[in-house]
Write a protein that binds this ligand. Structure first.
Ligand SMILES: C/C(=C\COP(=O)(O)OP(=O)(O)O)CCC[C@H](C)CCC[C@H](C)CCCC(C)C
Length: 348
């Protein structure tokens, strides 16, 4: 049976209640193409295998494991910046539990709920995704959302108990982050409709929230850390804008005010790279102000390859090179985050 056709008006009402087999008629490609499509499916990336497959693989695809990485990394940064993390089994297990809460559980929840509320949009932009393609039913998706959300909050509470927090900071962060995820994707607010608000919500929650969780777990979450990570999140805003170039057409049709839609592709690409670079330089300035000059110099050195990739790929053709740019430049940005965290931990 072939995929259900893309809905015309409101696909939310017409989404199937029972899982439909997906397109099985496509001829099997070359073995290496199949392997790559399978890997993409497991990671929740574009170009995933859309033929019938196990429901658990579809569930994993909805949770987009590739997006867990920044959240897991944020926890590492928070632990490093606390200055109290020790290389012993107990701390390792607790940090792993915090990563489980931030990545698979809460980022998994975020991505699933996002695909749930975006199924009409995805039917236009990416109809091969699990929900619009009918590979998973709506009730199955709703169950997945609740399991991940409650699991994430439960682990957060257990972490607060371990840390002996009087106020359950990590639980509050988990609930706050989950609420942000909800208003990012769901009507009536649907923050993602507004390029600035949506992308800052995304950038800050991927950089600041897991950092705060790791910091609160092993040390103290104070105002300075909150301000520094929120400034760093402006670079995250730039990274989030890169994600909007792949769907300009569908966003325009559905009235989503992404930056490429509002300002045009070229201006949006410049806003994007300037935000990424200038706010990392601002953080380097902060590191100098706390006398962490070596770390500041390393951070500046890490911005240079990012500028190079912006020039080589992204600014030349943002629509074609968005993914290539992210893959080449992002490692330098995330290493810069760890350098900053180590500098802060060193200064404690
Ligand atoms: C769903 C998100 C991005 C996808 O956006 P979009 O629909 O534009 O892109 P696709 O077309 O590729 O689907 C991310 C939204 C992030 C959200 C605002 C907040 C995330 C919260 C954290 C997961 C919570 C972590 C809390 C914890 C560390 C205490």
């Amino acid at each position: 049976m072939s995929n259900p056709p893309a809905p015309e008006s409101n696909p939310i009402d017409t989404a199937p209640d029972k899982a439909q087999p997906t397109d099985n008629t496509r001829p099997p490609g070359k073995p290496e193409e199949n392997r790559s499509a399978k890997t993409r499916q497991m990671l929740g990336m574009k170009g995933a295998d859309v033929r019938e497959t196990s429901i658990w693989k579809i569930r994993l695809q909805l949770m987009k494991p590739i997006t867990w990485i920044p959240l897991i990394w944020g926890v590492v940064c928070g632990a490093a910046a606390s200055g109290n993390y020790e290389w012993k089994l107990e701390h390792l297990l607790i940090a792993a539990a915090c990563m489980l809460m931030s990545g698979p559980l809460l980022a998994g929840y975020t991505q699933t709920i996002n695909d749930f509320y975006d199924r009409d949009l995805d039917a236009i932009n990416e109809p091969y995704r699990p929900i619009p393609s009918g590979a998973i039913s709506v009730p199955q998706v709703v169950t997945q959302i609740w399991v991940l959300l409650l699991g994430g909050i439960g682990v957060a509470y257990a972490l607060d108990l371990w840390a002996g927090h009087e106020f359950p900071t990590i639980t509050a962060l988990a609930i706050g982050g989950s609420f942000l995820s909800y208003i990012y994707s769901a009507p009536p607010l649907k923050l993602k409709k507004n390029g600035w608000l949506g992308n800052y919500a995304l950038g800050s929650s991927y950089i600041a929230l897991p950092w705060w969780a790791g910091q609160a777990l092993f040390g103290e979450l104070n105002t300075t850390i909150i301000v520094v990570t929120l400034v760093y999140s402006m670079a995250g805003l730039g990274i989030a804008i890169v994600n909007d170039f792949k769907s300009v057409e569908g966003d325009e049709q559905l009235g989503l005010k992404s930056l490429p839609v509002m300002f045009g592709v070229t201006t949006a690409a410049w806003i994007c790279v300037l935000t990424i670079d200038l706010f990392q330089f601002a953080i380097a300035g902060y590191l100098m102000s706390i006398h962490q000059n070596l770390y500041a110099a390393i951070l500046i050195l890490l911005v240079i390859p990012q500028i190079t990739f912006q020039d080589m790929y992204f600014l030349r053709d943002p629509l074609e090179n968005d993914v290539k740019y992210q893959a080449s430049a992002q490692p330098f940005l995330v290493i810069g985050m760890l350098v900053t965290a180590l500098a802060i931990g060193h200064a404690v």
